[in-house]
Design a protein around this ligand. Structure first.
Ligand SMILES: [Zn+2]
Ligand SMILES: [Zn+2]
Length: 104
């Protein structure tokens, strides 16, 4: 996916833009900055402690943790997603957390 050449909002280089996302205002990312941003979000997402929404247990595991940019919504948003499995009640949950940008 490419949006042509423009100035990357993150590194300031005039280069190929691979993502445009809502982050308070529209933010443009080059491939390098996009990968960096997604990697940071993945690390932070992995730090979050979740609880089972069925039984309240903290005995849950995260699987298939991924970050990406949704291209279906306008404007696009960065998201993190995972499957949560509860070891106590054996339920499975799909979780998606989307960056909605700064509150103005
Ligand atoms: Zn950049
Ligand atoms: Zn549970």
């Amino acid at each position: 996916m490419t949006f042509g050449k423009d100035t990357c909002s993150s590194c300031g280089k005039y280069t190929d833009i691979t993502a445009k996302v809502l982050n308070g205002q529209e933010t443009l990312y080059c491939k390098e900055c996009q990968d960096k941003e997604l990697k940071i979000m993945l690390e932070n997402f992995n730090q979050i402690k979740f609880y089972c929404i069925k039984c309240g247990s903290s005995n849950v595991t995260k699987n298939d943790t991924k970050t990406g940019i949704s291209l279906t919504d306008i404007p696009n948003a960065i998201y993190a997603k995972a499957f949560i499995t509860c070891k106590d009640c054996d339920h499975r949950f799909f979780l998606k957390m989307e960056d909605q940008g700064k509150i103005n």
